[in-house]
Ligand binder design. Structure first.
Ligand code: TRH
Length: 383
């Protein structure tokens, strides 16, 4: 534990939503808890971490959360930094720029710190060629940044996965009493045995209305749980302004935004999860249950390439008819087209998609997780 590079500084700026902080926080916690590193997480917006980890106080400049030293990235970081303050390893998440005075201090420090740029996740093939590439700093010549790309293959940085996560998932999924307690705490009620349990998280524009109509005509009961956000807004509008209620086959609950660990339990407890972006997308895969991904839409339409690349990997080896249904449903969801017509065939295939989801999670879990690969890269490859 610990290794030669003990002190890590992880910088993160919120672009929007929760994913940037969600990923940076997970990485920080894994490095501290599982690799014995001394980690500072330097965040520009602590209110986002407070949503994911409610014990965070957004008003505090410095605090310890679960073994991580969390700092507010404010104007103070633009003051001169003594070289001794610089960590052994500096991680910039998603191209956020490390503050200039800190970079200057990095250049003055001997030895220079390792410098990593953690990139966004993509299943595209080029990621393997770009992972771990060096990029010399244009102005501070002795400093070199290395790109670290998460990914789905052995030649990428892998995926964040806490130690023991899948064992905790398996125990929860095998424990009916734990699930019953979870549902009671979250909804005050218990799903009927035959219910299709669904969680819903997505971006504005997803065809929520047509999904809800399709589910309302479902042959059996649908138990729908929607954490606060745009999807919850759409569901409560559908329930004529109510936070929970029944319509057709659907019993729907809008619930407060869950803390990040409880959100995992929600994914584990459901038969089908609608997720989005980067982090909930990965967590749905670890849940080993069928899911629908709303990819983060970008102006240059690059998200379609991302979606296609993931679908190709995920459906490889799947029954072809099921693969076509899954891809058709995901594409309609992302094109923001009505999904009511695609729903019955998609839903009918869920039971046979479930073993595929388990197999996919097991295959991914056979590889080392991202924090382990990153610590290894820093300690052994960059030395
Ligand atoms: O919030 P997002 O849309 O974040 C996105 C993505 O990271 C995207 O790639 C990036 O470009 C953009 O931000 C800037 O979706 P994501 O990545 O799924 O992050 C959501 C986080 O919120 C994740 O850590 C799970 C967590 N979460 C909870 O903790 N509780 C909840 O109730 C819900 C619904 C989510």
């Amino acid at each position: 534990m610990g290794g030669p590079h003990e002190r890590w500084d992880i910088f993160c700026r919120v672009v929007d939503n929760y994913g940037d902080v969600g990923v940076a926080w997970r990485l920080a916690r894994c490095l501290a808890r599982e690799h014995g590193k001394r980690v500072r997480l330097i965040l520009d917006d602590l209110t986002v971490l407070a949503r994911l980890r409610p014990e965070t106080d957004p008003a505090r400049e410095a605090q310890r959360v679960d073994g991580v030293d969390v700092r507010r990235w404010d104007e103070g970081w633009n003051d001169a930094v003594p070289a001794g303050e610089v960590a052994d390893v500096v991680v910039e998440t998603f191209g956020c720029d490390t503050p200039e005075p800190y970079v200057r201090a990095m250049a003055e420090r001997a030895p220079h710190p390792r410098w990593i740029n953690l990139e966004y996740l993509s299943a595209e093939e080029w990621v393997e060629g770009s992972h771990a590439l060096p990029s010399p700093h244009p102005r501070y010549a002795p400093l070199t940044r290395h790109f670290f790309f998460p990914g789905f293959t052995a030649r990428t940085g892998g995926l964040l996965r806490e130690r023991g996560l899948l064992e905790r998932r398996d125990a929860f999924q095998a424990d009916r009493a734990a699930q019953a307690a979870f549902w009671r705490a979250l909804t005050g009620a218990q799903p009927p045995d035959a219910a299709l349990k669904v969680s819903l998280f997505g971006y504005a524009g997803a065809p929520y209305g047509s999904l809800l109509e399709a589910m309302a005509h479902h042959a059996g009961p649908v138990w729908l749980v929607v954490p606060e956000g745009v999807a919850a807004g759409a569901v409560s509008a559908w329930l004529q302004g109510k936070a929970r209620g029944e319509r057709g086959a659907v019993e729907a609950f809008t619930v407060p935004f869950l803390d990040q660990d409880s959100y995992d339990e929600l994914l584990w407890a459901c038969d089908l999860n609608f997720v989005r972006g980067e982090d909930s997308f990965v967590r749905a895969q670890w849940a080993a249950r069928p899911f629908v991904w709303h990819v983060y839409p970008t102006d240059d339409a690059a998200h379609w390439v991302k979606l296609g690349a993931f679908l190709a990997r995920y459906t490889a080896g799947m029954d072809r008819a099921h693969a076509a249904r899954l891809a058709g449903f995901w594409e309609a969801w992302n094109r923001e087209e009505p999904v009511a017509r695609a729903w019955p065939a998609f839903e009918a295939a869920l039971a046979s998609m479930a073993p595929h989801a388990e197999d996919w999670a097991a295959r991914l879990a056979a590889r080392p997780d991202l924090a382990t690969r990153l610590a290894d890269f820093v300690d052994n490859v960059l030395n």
